[in-house]
Design a protein around this ligand. Structure first.
Ligand code: MEV
Length: 441
């Protein structure tokens, strides 16, 4: 029988849950109990979350962890990280501590320019279109003053508008390629509102432009939208120290380590299969802080991976060198982030995360997030090129396995102690718990 339903969005939350549990679950009561268990007792807080999206039935938790001991441009930070993967926060904290004893992280914002485009079709004389654009360009600025007024007061606005001829790629295809400064906001709403206004102006002006023939006057706007590819909204983070100082309590040989580390980075620079995983590790750090600070991680992901392919081949976002005995490891990433607007003043935990970071400007947040990515990458490459990744990863995953096995607190404590000296694997933990339970019986 079809599960199609009309007017679902108009139902109350209770009705939605009732319908859903009856239609999709073998045990509707159990499903309903679970959904309700995740509701917040504070009705106002729950309503706030319900209203973030449509058709909310419950909350979906992610742990919010913190990684302390970050020093960024001489200032101490504890980073909020919202992420489900066991070892990520521990790895960030470890890298932070390691580098805090070696001068910390340095970060610089290279540029903060955002991009939006009006995509349109024009079948006619390109020279006339160029002339038309030159004559009406000022209208795009004056016709958006109501939208740009506040942004201008904050130091932002429309930076430039270009007419781009793309007709060699698609016949008749042109763009209004526009650059924006959106200061502390991510700027999606601001940019899209400006672009939609441009689109109106473009169509209206074309209709009354006397040099256009009838076909040229019917210029057709296909769409107006910001681009999440922001290669000029760029931040760099780096760490460096004399190679000799790369040793730590794990007793690694610093020179050997530095050379192996460099080779691991070179492999990610040249081999796309490795680069994707290498960059995924970077995104473990980036996304966790991006989510905790209420930013759009899908936009960040899309933009970052496009940037990783900017030279025509997917490659590493981070790089490393050894010059005159100095090891340097750095990353350059495009990050369009906001610390005002969006969820930033709405989600209580986002507000808390931003306060934990000292209520940063968007530029500062770009630096912090880039550092989180670099720290994560350092921790991953350090493990990969020395002990292997599984040792640390499985240690952190131990608790998940114990929870899967329904271990009690006392069983957990015994297992944690035991696996300090033994390799963690699903089978080994299973066996250990079974043995414990046999002894008890
Ligand atoms: C796992 O989430 C991330 C790593 O695979 C990253 C890497 O391989 O560099 C460990």
């Amino acid at each position: 029988m079809s599960k199609a339903i009309a007017g679902f969005s108009k139902l109350t939350k209770e009705q939605k849950i009732e319908w859903l549990s009856q239609e999709y679950f073998s045990n509707p009561d159990e499903a309903q109990t679970l959904l309700r268990k995740y509701w917040n007792d504070d009705a106002a807080l729950q309503q706030l979350h319900d209203e973030f999206i449509e058709n909310t039935i419950t909350n979906f938790y992610l742990p919010l962890g913190v990684a302390p001991n970050f020093i960024i441009n001489g200032r101490e930070y504890t980073l909020p990280m919202a992420i489900e993967e066991s070892s990520v926060v521990a790895a960030a904290a470890k890298a932070a501590k390691f580098w805090s004893a070696r001068g910390g992280f340095k970060a610089t914002v290279i540029n903060t320019e955002k991009i939006g485009q009006v995509h349109f079709l024009f079948n006619g004389d390109t020279n006339k279109l160029n002339q038309f654009f030159g004559e009406i360009k000022h209208r795009f600025f004056s016709g958006t003053e109501a939208i740009t007024k506040n942004m201008k007061k904050r130091g932002g606005g429309i930076l430039g508008i270009e007419l781009r001829d793309k007709s060699s790629e698609i016949p008749g295809y042109y763009q209004l390629h526009t650059t924006f400064e959106t200061v502390d906001s991510m700027g999606a709403n601001f940019i899209n509102s400006c672009l939609e206004q441009f689109s109106k102006i473009l169509k209206e002006e074309a209709l009354i432009y006397s040099s256009f023939n009838e076909q040229e006057k019917q210029l057709q706007v296909i769409m107006s939208i910001l681009s999440n590819y922001v290669p000029n909204c760029l931040v760099r983070a780096e760490v460096s120290c004399p190679v000799d100082e790369l040793c730590d309590d794990a007793g690694i040989n610093p020179k050997e380590f530095a050379e192996k580390f460099l080779m691991a980075v070179r492999i990610a620079e040249t081999e796309p299969y490795r680069a994707v995983t290498h960059n995924k590790g970077i995104m473990n750090g980036i996304d966790a802080v991006v989510v905790a600070t209420g930013n759009d991680f899908r936009a960040v992901e899309a933009g970052v991976h496009a940037y990783a392919s900017k030279n025509g081949k997917y490659s590493s976002l981070s790089h490393a060198s050894i010059d005159n005995g100095i090891f340097t490891f750095w990353i350059e990433v495009p990050l369009a982030l906001g610390t005002v607007g969006g969820l930033t003043s709405l989600h209580p935990l986002v507000k808390l995360s931003l306060e934990m970071l000292g209520n940063p400007s968007a530029r500062e947040l770009m630096q912090i997030v880039a550092v989180a990515g670099l720290a994560q990458n350092f921790a991953a490459l350090r493990s990969l090129t020395t002990t292997g990744i599984q040792q640390g990863h499985m240690k952190m995953h131990l608790m998940n396995i114990l929870n899967q096995l329904g271990a009690s607190d006392s069983e957990k404590n015994k297992a944690i102690k035991h696996f300090e000296q033994h390799t963690v694997s699903h089978a080994a933990v299973h066996e250990f718990i079974e043995e414990l339970r046999k002894i008890k019986v």
